[in-house]
Design a protein around this ligand. Structure first.
Ligand code: PMV
Length: 360
């Protein structure tokens, strides 16, 4: 079993200089959804996602050696330029939980600065970008101090593992274009502990569009953490995990061959299944809004009329992710502007399946 605990990662504070590390890391949209977990952030089924480009978090860790001996985490946290005690407490307890992986953290004074490219509370999953950016910073910090992570594959694997501990879906954000998380016989080297890149997709999926139609910016009524928890008692859970595996099998074939129709059928099925699982939880709940359904209906009508391969996905919220290949962007964007935009007050974030995180 992979274990990153390493008591050797202790610095000599008298010779350590101040430094800093910055990463920009994107959010992602799952095509096969992770919904339901066990143990320490382990998924009940494998998932695969597009890594986005424009919706990202930028995080800097400034560090310097502590003067005396103090075994706690010393952290100052700034979100969008302002001190944020609420996030600071969360990040501090996360860092405490991984102290055996990075024991040097307790020897440093840390100042973290984080900001999102998208407005806070835009209803966009910010935990994936935030936790992957933080995990990448921590791994670079380790490498700066000890030179232990110079191999890029090992670096990404560890960053993905650490990101997973912060937020499951975040582990997929450390790779470009597409990433798989969760053990499956379909893909060699796949693991429940970290994500791996999926590099066999047809070129039609490279730079695939994801326009995020913001139906509501309100904070959701039921958190993802609570949603995962409710899966434990969900009557349909067992069948759902089986379905996810079957769909992954079929989706991987579609991704390889460039079969957009199968891709769309599975992707939309997954989005609706995620919300069906919420509606069949105890207590049941609904995160879609009337305009979520209005957009889906208008999209289906447009597809019937035009036959164009444009599809939707949903995260755990009411906002629509409009997915389509680059070669039909003119038509789709015209349709979005004329028909869909009124359902979301023209509030749209244009994104694509992108290059993955970047060290700055
Ligand atoms: O990573 P979490 O614990 O916030 O869960 C997110 C789950 C979904 O976004 C709904 C699906 C997924 O696979 O990303």
């Amino acid at each position: 079993m992979l274990d990153y605990k390493n008591p050797k990662l202790i610095i000599e504070t008298s010779t350590t200089e101040n430094g800093s590390v910055t990463w920009k890391s994107p959010s992602n949209i799952a095509l096969i959804k992770y919904w339901g977990k066990h143990g320490v952030q382990l998924p009940n089924n494998p998932s695969i996602s597009f890594t986005l480009e424009n919706a990202h978090t930028k995080t800097t860790i400034n560090y310097g050696p502590k003067k005396g001996i103090d075994f706690g985490i010393e952290l100052d946290f700034y979100f969008e330029g302002e001190k944020n005690p609420q996030f600071e407490a969360k990040i501090k307890s996360f860092l405490e939980s991984i102290i055996e992986v990075f024991p040097f953290l307790k020897q440093l004074e840390l100042k973290l600065e984080s900001s999102n490219s998208f407005p806070h509370s835009a209803g966009i999953a910010s935990s994936a970008s935030a936790m992957s950016a933080l995990a990448l910073c921590l791994c670079t910090l380790e490498d700066q101090l000890f030179g232990t992570l110079s191999n890029d594959l090992e670096f990404r694997k560890k960053a993905s593992y650490i990101a997973r501990l912060g937020s499951g879906s975040a582990c997929r954000s450390v790779y470009p274009t597409l990433a798989v998380w969760g053990q499956t016989g379909e893909i060699e080297e796949s693991s429940d502990l970290f994500a791996i890149p999926y590099e066999e997709s047809h070129e039609v999926f490279h730079g695939f569009h994801d326009d995020i139609l913001i139906v509501s910016r309100d904070e959701k009524k039921v958190s993802s953490r609570a949603g995962h928890g409710l899966m434990e008692q969900n009557l349909y859970a067992g069948n759902r995990y089986q379905q996810a595996r079957q769909r992954l099998h079929n989706l991987l074939t579609a991704l390889k061959t460039g079969d957009l129709e199968t891709f769309g059928r599975i992707t939309e099925g997954e989005a609706l299944t995620l919300h069906a699982l919420m509606m069949t939880s105890n207590p049941p709940y609904i995160l879609m809004h009337p305009n979520t359904l209005n957009i889906i209906n208008a999209l289906h009508e447009y597809r019937r009329e035009t036959n164009l391969p444009v599809y939707f996905s949903l995260d755990a919220g009411p906002n629509i992710h409009l997915l389509y290949p680059d070669n039909i962007k003119e038509e789709v964007q015209k349709f979005t502007k004329e028909v869909l935009a009124p359902f979301c007050n023209n509030d749209i974030l244009m994104d694509i399946a992108g290059q993955g995180p970047l060290e700055l």
